[in-house]
Design a protein around this ligand. Structure first.
Ligand code: DAH
Length: 364
């Protein structure tokens, strides 16, 4: 190998080291590698030419070419690491997320006062040992009326402004009804689960009625406690505990003798309140506000549910969820509950994390 060839190697080394240095990405670097060290690369061709040289020539050319090959390989390896680092840096720079930025504003829904109050009531009664029972909104006339000691001719049937379902032409069975109250759940629960029991049954009920305090669909909550020796005294204690927890202040109740077909004796229950400057305050003053119907479950009702009234007795009550929601949160018109007016919902609705509990506002 003569001087000229050695110069050629120096030239090759400079040229390829320059190209390796200049490669802007891994693809360009690979192209450089192939043109030098690939099968048809310039350096590979020179390596092959070693075979045609004299032993003397090979002695100098061999090591020189090997050194060139090693230098280029080392330079390529170094460049590859450099390019990979740079690519990662570039990705990190563009994919960077600023976790300190505030979130994009999102339209928030609210919990409807009826849902809120239903959950509050359930939470309080759960603490008093009551579980939740359910029944269908389309009810047979047996469960809605007869089983509750309201026979066909009873005036209570007419008074309830019942919605009747349609029967097929010629089908003379009594039509199903939209349940007019949650009381049929008493029967269904005792039938399915027996006694003793302590349940509440919240749900929708329906009556053909419409004014400031009546809507054709509204919500009730039924209560039922049956055991060997449950009395009106237990009922009064449970209700006072409930109203005091619900309104967050000690609330007295007043029982007024009344009549319901499904209870004997029956009582309507008022809670203590005051009206000051048109403002209603529960739990103070000497006014009274009717909030529910109740009584000792009638023996006929127990019998209809397959429970022996000689062995078992207990109380039941029914109250309007919407009504106590209006009282607690100062909502004046029942009809607005069901208008789905977003301004109303935003005003009276609750945040999703306003979790009800018996500990939320009791001050006794
Ligand atoms: N079901 C009655 C109504 O809708 C309310 C009621 C009264 C329920 C007395 C009861 C009760 O469980 O004992 O007006």
């Amino acid at each position: 190998m003569d001087e000229a060839d050695m110069d050629g190697i120096t030239e090759l080394r400079d040229r390829y080291l320059g190209a390796i240095e200049a490669a802007g990405d891994e693809a360009a670097l690979e192209a450089v590698r192939l043109s030098a060290l690939g099968k048809k690369g310039e350096v590979s061709a020179l390596m092959r030419s070693l075979g045609g040289m004299s032993a003397e020539e090979r002695k100098t050319a061999g090591p020189a070419l090997n050194a060139l090959k090693d230098d280029l390989n080392t330079a390529i390896l170094t460049a590859r690491v450099r390019l990979a680092d740079a690519a990662l840096e570039a990705r990190l720079a563009t994919e960077w997320a600023d976790v300190t930025l505030p979130p994009r504003p999102r339209a928030e829904g609210t919990i409807h006062p009826v849902s809120q109050v239903r959950d509050e009531v359930i939470a309080i009664f759960a603490d008093l040992g009551f579980s939740v029972a359910e029944g269908p909104q389309v009810e047979t006339d047996w469960y809605n009326f007869d089983a509750l000691n309201i026979p066909g001719h009873h005036p209570a049937r007419a008074e309830m402004d019942t919605f009747y379902m349609a029967r097929a032409e010629g089908d003379n069975r009594p039509p199903h009804v939209l349940r007019t109250h949650t009381s049929p759940v008493q029967i269904r629960h005792m039938e399915a689960n027996g006694v003793p029991c302590r349940v509440i049954a919240p749900g929708r009920v329906f009556r053909a009625d419409y004014d400031q305090t009546h809507t054709p669909m509204f919500h009730q909550i039924e209560g039922l406690a049956i055991d060997r020796d449950i009395s009106m005294a237990n009922l009064k204690w449970v209700l006072e505990e409930f109203f005091s927890a619900f309104f967050g202040t000690s609330v007295k109740t007043r029982f007024r003798a009344s009549h319901f077909p499904f209870t004997e004796p029956s009582a309507e229950v008022d809670i203590q309140c005051s009206w000051v400057g048109g403002q209603l305050k529960v739990g103070e003053g000497d006014g009274w506000l009717e909030v529910l119907g109740s009584g000792m479950v009638h023996p006929n009702v127990l019998r209809a549910a397959g429970v022996d009234p000689e062995q078992w007795q207990g109380f039941a009550f029914g109250m309007g969820i919407d009504r106590i929601a209006m009282l607690k949160y100062g909502i004046p018109d029942l009809r607005a509950f069901f208008d789905s007016d977003l301004r109303w919902l935003r005003h009276y609705g609750f945040a999703a994390l306003d979790m009800p509990s018996i500990h939320a506002g009791v001050s006794r």
